[in-house]
Design a protein around this ligand. Structure first.
Ligand code: FE
Ligand code: FE
Length: 177
């Protein structure tokens, strides 16, 4: 096994890659939130905002762990945000993104375990569970749009987009975590 410092660096690298993925998701979901709001799909806009808030919490948790390990949390991401996506493009895209994220985080969790960092293992474990709930939600909406199409979308049109005073996000707001 590599020495302690080398093992720590491997974990920091995994945490920072995950943090960059969160920073991308935050920015992508915020863009979709504004689009959905413009298109008047209030309920979808509201949930998108709440999920973006979940991703902000994830980005913070990764940063806190990186700091604990003596690393520097990254501040940018490589991917390009897709602007102005149509409602029918958003949900397949987001289901895929969450699916890819779950895959990647399972890989990072394995790295942390191999490096003997059980605190980071638990962090990835907890966040993977939340990404699974995001996936379930996006996949569910995707299925509604695919099967019911305009009938479903016309029911959503004009619904309120306000998240109210709570900024707990999607997972904690539903008491799902
Ligand atoms: Fe996340
Ligand atoms: Fe997510």
């Amino acid at each position: 096994m590599a020495d302690r410092e080398a093992r720590k660096q491997k974990v920091i690298e995994a945490l920072n890659t995950a943090r960059a993925m969160e920073l991308f998701a935050i920015t992508q979901y915020m863009n979709q939130h504004y689009n959905l709001d413009n298109m008047d799909y209030g309920e979808l806009a509201m949930n998108m905002k709440l999920i973006a808030i979940d991703e902000m919490r994830h980005a913070e948790r990764f940063a806190e762990r990186i700091k604990e390990l003596g690393g520097e949390p990254c501040t940018s991401f490589d991917a390009v945000v897709n602007k102005g996506q149509e409602v029918r493009a958003i949900y397949p895209f987001d289901s895929n993104l969450e699916d890819d994220t779950i895959d990647a985080y399972n890989g990072f969790l394995a790295v942390c375990r191999e490096m003997g960092d059980n605190v980071s293992v638990k962090l990835f474990d907890a966040i993977i569970e939340e990404e699974q709930l995001h996936y379930n939600y996006f996949d569910n909406i995707n299925t509604h749009i695919a099967t019911l199409g305009d009938t479903y979308l016309s029911k959503i049109a004009g619904t309120p987009s306000s998240t109210g005073p709570s900024n707990k996000g999607f997972v904690l707001g539903q008491g799902a975590a």
